[in-house]
Design a protein around this ligand. Sequence first.
Ligand code: ATP
Length: 499
Amino acid sequence: MSKYGKEILIGIVPVVLLFLAFLGLNIIPILMVAIIAVSLLYVARPKMNMDTKADRTKNVRKPAPLSFDQIGGQDRAKHELKEALEFIIKQDDIKKFGIRPLKGILLTGPPGTGKTLMAKAAAHYTNSVFVAASGSEFVEMYVGVGASRIRDLFKKARTMAQKENKESAVVFIDEIDVIGGKRDGGQHREYDQTLNQLLTEMDGIHTSDTPRILIVAATNRKEMLDPALLRPGRFDRHIQVDLPDKKGRLHILNIHAKNKPLADEVNLEKIAEESFQFSGAQLESVMNEAAIYAMRDQAEKIEQRHLTLAIDKVMMGEKTDRETSREERERVAYHELGHAIMAEVVKPGTVSQVSLSPRGPALGFVRHNPQDDQYLYTKEYLEERIMIALGGAVAEEMFYGNRSTGSRNDFEQALNLVKMMMDSGLTSLGIVDREMVTKEELMKANASILDSLTARTREVLESYRSVFIQSLGILLKEEVLSGDQFRNLLAILKQRSSA
Ligand code: ATP
């Protein structure tokens, strides 16, 4: 009945009214009352919806007892965070020195690097309750709903702490940029109200309050945040959570390998080496996918090859069974050989796989394995990377006289590297703000860099023409060559061609 009650009412009420009118009764007062009642119900409805939705989305999640030891890598970020948390733990000292309470910590960094884990560990470390919400949960059409959800979130944190007999609460707001973007006073009035409410809640936090509240927020786009959020007294501790380096990657892999059976031959260090620029979430996924491959294989344990396959899967997507013609496969092979040969020329020992099996949107790919994590790049290094990216298109030109759409991503990569060079003052433009230079000048500098690097790439690859031709058949037959196989082949063929 409750499900169809509304429909039945809508049907019955007009019939009854018409009947009363037919009997000669004055139905105007009844109509007026009905209209007022419906309008009142309509106005109240958003609030009711909001409440039920708030309950449904469950802003509050039960804290998982997670300690800092369960977070791999991120040594510096963990250290900074723990240091900041001392403010909560050492309350007596805080009072003695008259230090104002730390209210907000902002964690910034790429997705999947463990920001949520850090916030959970912060709650565990300080023996606080953990309350989490995501910026997008506060976005609603109705003005005021977001603000009231912020109020509810803080209220919930306080009640939970009281219930669990804890002296402090960590309120975690993921994707803070969704509500904390710069206020423009214009179209996004609703977001402004939500942000204002958050600022009000922060301003209301005092040292003497129990439970003490610490807000930990996370974002991938710090530059988007309203300055009011970042000023002293608000989110004035900023901790960068970066992609893990090789040591960090190994640590994360080890953490996620704990509940998995690994074969003795498995070398996680090699996997850490090959998963350059992977986030913690991607590394977790590598371990998980490897376990799935092992299960599908009906193997007893996870083997190294399962892990290698899992890296490809996480990096490029699932293998596709796209049927390609012989000509297309040949073109892809030349293209990938172009990248791989160029990589081995400029950075020997860095190719870790050449593959012709289609994965995700790619028909083939070369996986690179930089020897060491590097954070500062010289002009030469960036030029070499651009040449590796251009290698595919140049190889196609050498053997077909034209390029194909297969180079789209390579060009995007090359253009980004050129942009990085420009922004770092590594081009003929010198040290410039790109805003100060005309489009024509930028285009000229861009074209001159790419033209000269394309010419250099062509010159190098032309000297390997016979190597291309001889290795083509092998790559087409084998489909996948490991870095070592490829290097051996390259050495033999190069020796043969120069003999
Ligand atoms: P987003 O910005 O997308 O919200 P995030 O930085 O908050 O991401 P988390 O949600 O903390 O990332 O991490 C997602 C998952 O990735 C975790 O549940 C965990 O399995 C894994 N992970 C990420 N970083 C680490 C790490 N440093 N150590 C161990 N596991 C990690």
